[in-house]
Design a binder for this molecule. Structure first.
Ligand code: SF4
Ligand code: SF4
Length: 285
């Protein structure tokens, strides 16, 4: 069995045992895993809390995500964007980690035209289109059934979905399937937290179960009355919450940061990389 398939991997365990700061992160992994295990038995409602007072905008989470999924150049399931405003000496930078909100009322799921089929998750029966909300709250894409029509991409108000350029849609092999953050469903299944959460050395990302009052996410949301979500007027009921002094400004950062978000998209990234030292050689790959 490879290291990655053992749940809390040997590499993660050794890292946690060897370094002081990593011990803290490792403890988070273990307690979050046992929380998740206990919560699963009584029904889980997955959520992420992002503490903007702790986030330093290092983008390690975005890179960990790219590594976890081996996403193509310019493709991001999780990003961190900046909104810079004001002028010296009062210039400020707002930092916004940005990913799928795993909404409780997800417009992306409602518009999927693929015929629903019956499915079961940990004993709970539910209906599943090509994109669907699992009973534990994760919003996922079944790329084997996706027809690549792009309706979910167009209808996500947070612009977090994209076509996966490296795959063929199972329901229409001439198209690419939709893709996005999965809350690292494969890692949760193995009892470890999502890769972005595991990597964040600032402990700015916290993941867990809202149905468990003892989970860190439940306690944080109880303690932080300023907690905010993106675009609340859309009534999508996001399950990614922002806390901290800048939580109230998070929507301004999201909206004003739009140009920056566009810059962060694949075409920009590819253009810049193609100009750099990794530019493809003539006649080569
Ligand atoms: Fe769907 Fe977008 Fe909400 Fe994610 S953020 S669940 S893709 S509407
Ligand atoms: Fe459904 Fe795929 Fe179309 Fe999205 S792109 S709406 S998942 S069929």
């Amino acid at each position: 069995m490879s290291e990655e398939k053992k749940g809390l991997t040997r590499k993660e365990f050794l890292k946690a045992a060897a370094v002081g700061t990593a011990v803290v992160a490792g403890a988070g992994v273990l307690s979050a895993a046992s929380n998740l295990e206990a919560a699963r038995k009584k029904g889980t409602r997955l959520a992420m809390v992002i503490d903007l007072d702790r986030c330093i905008g290092c983008k390690a989470c975005a890179i960990a995500c790219k590594t976890e999924f081996d996403t193509r150049l310019g493709v991001f399931k999780s990003q961190v964007v900046y909104n810079e405003h004001g002028a010296y000496p009062k210039a400020e930078r707002d930092i916004l980690p940005w990913l799928c909100n795993h909404c409780d009322n997800p417009p992306c799921v409602k518009v999927c035209p693929v015929e629903p089929i019956s499915a079961e998750f940990k004993g709970v029966k539910f209906k599943k289109r090509a994109t669907y909300k699992r009973p534990d709250g994760a919003v996922l894409v079944d790329q084997d059934r996706c027809i690549g029509c792009g309706l979910c991409i167009q209808n996500c108000p947070y612009s977090v979905r994209f076509f996966d350029p490296g795959k063929k849609a199972g329901g229409n092999p001439s198209a690419n399937p939709a893709d996005k953050c999965t809350f690292c469903e494969h890692r949760i299944e193995a009892g470890v937290v999502p890769s972005c959460v595991n990597t964040c050395q600032a402990r700015a990302r916290i993941f867990g179960d809202l149905n468990d009052p003892k989970s860190e996410v439940s306690k944080l949301l109880k303690a932080h009355k300023e907690a905010a979500v993106l675009l609340p007027a859309k009534k999508t009921m996001p399950k990614v919450y922002y806390i901290g002094k800048k939580a109230k400004a998070v929507n301004a950062a999201f909206l004003k940061g739009e140009d920056i978000r566009k810059e962060a998209n694949s075409e920009y990234q590819l253009r810049e990389w193609k100009k750099g030292p990794y530019a493809p050689k003539k006649g080569g790959k």
